[in-house]
Write a new protein. Structure first.
Length: 294
């Protein structure tokens, strides 16, 4: 037998009562339930960041025109204006108890890529493949949680440029020490298959700086390519940011600003790694995205 109960809500409390209820499934199991009040961790973080925005705004207003221009120049490197970059950076520093302001830089902004090698490791190789086509997922504008996929077609054309900003602090521990950003191009010539590598040769010890290599077409029919960050016979660490893989007027590198270089394969990114793939990461070596030290 079905049990039926009733509840008489006083008139002065009815508005509050109905606010606490939410309509759930209407067809298979129609019911009402208490409206959830708990916030997700992501929503809590959004609200927390919003509370710091006014604090950051007051600091921004107090900055000189020269300081604002420096932030504007740095933000242009990562697709933000000066205020947006300052806010993003300042909120991170406040949340993580880092005093003061960062010094805006043309070489790196906010998070950067970081590779560290300690004994027993002495090498590392991470790759980013660039086939003819792949699918990427993007958030639909104006939709809160709606994503769609689009087909990316990349036919390598020339001239082809690869580049990055870097800071290195490495020590040689073997006969062939090097630190490279490499474009490895597949091409076919006179019936043979070739893999030709074009490296950006980074010094083992250097402060923040920018390096690039311009590549002309190799002989024969050009196929696909991949980017590699390859270190050999070294220990220490390297920071990097603003990676470029540009041809035909478009930069095709994924995660150019190194916000999360460890994102690999998952449901939506199934035919290529979203960012970088750990081809050879032995014990003692790691790669990650971090907030750089001052």
């Amino acid at each position: 037998m079905v049990k039926i109960t009733t509840l008489n809500v006083p008139v002065d409390l009815q508005k509050k009562y109905w606010k606490t209820l939410a309509a759930l499934e209407r067809f298979f199991f129609p019911r009402l339930a208490r409206s959830p009040k708990l916030l997700s961790r992501a929503r809590e973080q959004q609200l927390l960041n919003a509370t710091y925005m006014f604090y950051a705004a007051d600091l921004w207003k107090a900055k000189s025109a020269a300081d604002k221009q420096a932030w504007k120049d740095a933000g242009a490197k990562c697709g933000l204006n000066g205020w947006q970059l300052y806010l993003k950076d300042k909120v991170y520093r406040v949340v993580n108890n880092i005093p003061g302001d960062a010094i805006p830089s043309l070489y790196h902004q906010y998070f950067v890529g970081h590779i560290k090698i300690e004994s027993p490791a002495s090498s590392i190789l991470i790759t980013q493949s660039h086939p003819y086509t792949w699918w990427e997922w993007y958030k639909k504008s104006g939709k809160k949680k709606m994503y769609s996929k689009q087909k990316i077609t990349e036919r390598l054309t020339f001239p082809f440029k690869i580049a990055l900003s870097r800071k290195t602090n490495l020590t040689s521990v073997g006969p062939l020490p090097y630190c490279y950003l490499i474009a490895k191009i597949i091409h076919y010539y006179e019936g043979y298959l070739f893999y030709t590598e074009y490296p950006v040769d980074m010094p083992l010890v250097a402060d923040w700086g920018y390096q690039e290599v311009s590549i002309d077409a190799p002989g024969g029919y050009v196929g696909t390519y991949e980017l590699q960050l390859r270190l050999n016979d070294v220990t220490g660490e390297i920071y990097f940011d603003n990676i470029i893989s540009e041809h035909g007027g478009t930069d095709f590198v994924r995660d150019p600003y190194c916000d999360d270089i460890t994102r690999e394969f998952f449901d939506e990114w199934f035919n290529v790694a979203m960012n970088w793939e750990p081809t050879n990461v032995p014990a003692g070596a790691l790669y990650e995205s971090i907030y750089p030290p001052d």
